[in-house]
Unconditional design. Structure first.
Length: 190
């Protein structure tokens, strides 16, 4: 397992060690021991999967607020996505900055996203499956969304007419939401 720094505090690209031969390949997508060795001790409690049939499907930007905020580990198991995160933890060294990375079934990369981030992705191929682990259970009362094209972020999605859910079509800008996260200086950025 390899942990790669991103420009955002506490957010990492994770690359598994892949073993391949003429038959195909094998890798551990998650091992508590391997993650602990690279400094990530998050205890995940729920796995989620999503399927998007059409290229250009955009999901986001989403998060859960306290007391059920979630750390996420995202991977794309079929197709290709551009995964985007925004640090919205007031006081963080990367506050209001965003980062985008391509995740695909071929590159097998994962993105580790700490609590206090907005998350979304856009599909670059048809028939995309995304798998992710979270460290707290889904809570409808804490579920929040922010407009994907909020001018406060200036995210280049490179998708002129994304396919959005009804929920995401009605998302508000961050300044009109009740989402508030505060970064603590003594907070360990695992």
């Amino acid at each position: 397992m390899k942990k790669i720094e991103t420009p955002l505090a506490g957010c990492y690209i994770i690359e598994p060690q892949v073993f391949g031969d003429a038959r195909g390949w094998f890798y551990e997508s998650y091992s508590a021991n391997a993650f602990s060795e690279i400094g990530i001790d998050t205890v995940f409690v729920q796995d989620n999967r999503s399927f998007s049939a059409q290229k250009g499907t955009l999901r986001g930007l989403h998060c859960q607020t306290e007391p059920h905020a979630q750390t996420k580990l995202i991977c794309c198991t079929r197709g290709v996505i551009t995964d985007v995160v925004v640090d919205i933890r007031e006081g963080s060294p990367s506050f209001m900055q965003h980062f985008a990375v391509e995740l695909s079934a071929d590159n097998r990369r994962m993105l580790y996203i700490p609590k206090g981030y907005l998350h979304g992705f856009v599909t670059r191929t048809e028939n995309v499956e995304v798998f992710y682990k979270v460290d707290d259970f889904y809570s409808p009362a804490c579920d929040r969304s922010v407009r994907y094209n909020d001018s406060a972020f200036s995210i280049e999605w490179n998708e002129s007419d994304p396919i959005l859910s009804v929920k995401d079509q009605n998302n508000v800008p961050l300044c009109d939401s009740d989402i508030r996260f505060v970064w603590k200086k003594d907070q360990v950025c695992m």
